[in-house]
Write a protein that binds this ligand. Structure first.
Ligand code: NAD
Length: 480
């Protein structure tokens, strides 16, 4: 089987231990290549390479850094289809989604920060004729970037791009469940002429490689995207070391549908918000609150469309719901469907695993599932399932829906459907979530702050927020 390699000091190398993990194609349920089972020794090599590269990379003009990154962005674009195929096979997502959404977004991430850094400026605070303050923003040094499996290259580059653009050197770890596109990306870094050691990618398990990055005393900032529990573990290790931390964590996002919404558009987009990428996007709307006067009509139209979603081979153009990323996650989701039944929920559609005919008959597929009849405080409605499972509930008043929508420990994203502008703004202001979409879902402008409240995270990514995170601000005060 093909071996994925670590990317350290500009070279593709084996892990020190020469140990590997099986990397599974979830659409067929079989290992198809090997992922390095690296450890703290490999992280140390990566750190040393990054530390050695830092003086040159951080001193380069922003224009020069930008140029290298733009070459990298161009290479992603040229290799879009190959990267998309690799992502689909590795993660289980439909190929068309990777081709048209995820890989182009990875390209945009690099392109966006490569150009943003050319416009990045810091502030001056003159004190009349007495003194002048100005802010110097300098790169931090060697930083750690750790990403999850649901949008592998998209989220990996979303961290790495601002870190590199700001002049840091990086030790990065993609998810061991989806290492393939990060490996292909490391080859593109070599082709683009990224100086050696500037970016280092160490593959392997979270508790071995991820925790070694977090615990490394000289890696002084960590940008992490993943589960809330892992985020808490990371914070526990990082806090006493006073590391800078950016944590993008789980979600349990409400989708609030008022009776005065644009009905057809709301149904269609709610289906998309529920089941895109098998519901494995931290921003998917998994709790639908529907105003009672349109509940029956909405339910009927929504279920009809959900039943029309084709589940199966991610490589086929008409597949709407691909494979669940791993066996463990597949079992977790099925466990939650059982829990929903135990809690008194009624399965309106789905609720079972699917065995597509042909090459994917042993893959991990679950029918898009809609559940009704549960209270908003039960576990099914409070815990993140992160799969093609949603619940629907009626509501009577704005006050009631706000209470239900805000009732979870999470606060990542929320969608509101109404044609009443005043109501839309009022609800947006009262939602405890980092993102509120009104009459849309997953419409993203890379300049906007991205992140969650409560247990959905600490800090914000995107635009200047990310560049601020990856720099240290220094106030210089000059007495005139
Ligand atoms: P996870 O927390 O299990 O793993 C994320 C990454 O952390 C992986 O690379 C993993 O190997 C690593 N890791 C695991 N244990 C670690 C440790 N002790 N120290 C350091 N690193 C460790 O998450 P996952 O299952 O890969 O991803 C799904 C989760 O990610 C969901 O909760 C989802 O909501 C969340 N997510 C959040 C966002 C966001 O922007 N807020 C985006 C995507 C996914």
């Amino acid at each position: 089987m093909e071996k994925i390699l670590n990317y350290i000091n500009g070279e593709l190398i084996e892990p020190i231990s020469k140990q590997y993990l099986e990397n599974v194609d979830p659409s067929i349920g079989l290992a198809y290549n090997l992922c390095p089972d690296s450890d703290a020794g490999d992280v140390e090599l990566a750190y040393e390479a990054a530390a050695a590269a830092f003086p040159v990379w951080s001193e380069m003009s922003t224009g020069e850094r930008s140029k290298v990154m733009l070459r990298l962005a161009a290479l992603i674009e040229i290799n879009n289809d190959a990267l998309a195929l690799a992502e689909s096979v590795d993660q289980g997502k439909p190929l068309w989604l990777a081709k048209n959404g995820e890989i182009p977004r990875a390209q945009s991430n690099i392109h966006f920060f490569a150009t943003a850094i050319e416009h990045y400026a810091s502030e001056a605070h003159p004190m009349g004729n007495h003194a002048l303050n100005y802010t110097l923003r300098t790169p931090i040094g060697v930083v750690g970037c750790i990403s999850p499996w649901n949008l592998p290259l998209y989220l990996f580059t979303w961290k790495i791009a601002p870190a590199l653009a700001a002049g840091n050197c990086v030790v990065a770890k993609p998810s061991e469940i989806t290492p393939m596109t990060a490996y292909l990306f490391s080859k593109l870094c070599i082709e683009a002429g990224l100086p050696k050691g500037v970016l280092n990618i160490v593959h392997g398990l979270g508790p071995k490689v991820g925790s070694a990055i977090v615990a490394h005393e000289k890696i002084t900032a960590i940008s992490f995207t993943g589960g809330t529990k892992t985020g808490a573990d990371i914070a526990r290790v990082a806090a006493p070391m006073f590391k800078k931390l950016s944590l993008e964590l789980g979600g349990k996002n409400p989708n609030i549908i008022f009776a005065d919404c644009d009905f057809e558009k709301t149904v269609k987009e709610s289906v998309r918000a529920s089941f895109t990428n098998q519901g494995e996007i931290c921003l998917c709307g998994s709790r639908l609150y529907i105003e009672r006067s349109i509940y029956a009509k909405f339910k009927e139209a929504y279920i009809a469309q959900v039943k029309g979603l084709k589940v199966g081979d991610p490589l086929l153009d008409d597949t709407k719901v691909g494979a669940i990323a791993s066996k463990m996650h597949f079992e977790k989701i099925l466990g939650y469907i059982e829990l929903a039944k135990e809690e008194g929920g009624t399965i309106l559609t789905g609720g079972v695993a699917v065995n597509p005919a042909g090459r994917c008959s042993n893959g991990y597929f679950i029918e898009p599932t809609v559940i009704e009849g549960l209270g908003h405080l039960c576990r099914t409605n409070q815990e993140e399932i992160f799969g093609p499972v949603v619940t629907i509930q009626p509501f009577d008043t704005e006050e009631e829906v706000l209470e239900m929508a805000n009732s979870t420990a999470y606060g990542l994203a929320c969608t509101v459907w109404t044609e009443n502008l005043t109501k839309a703004h009022r609800v947006a202001a009262k939602m405890k979530s980092g993102i509120v979409w009104i009459n849309c879902w997953l419409l993203r402008d890379l300049r906007t702050p991205f992140g969650g409240m409560k247990q959905s995270g600490v800090g914000r990514e995107g635009g200047w927020e990310a560049l601020r995170f990856f720099t240290e601000a220094k106030n210089v005060c000059v007495k005139l």
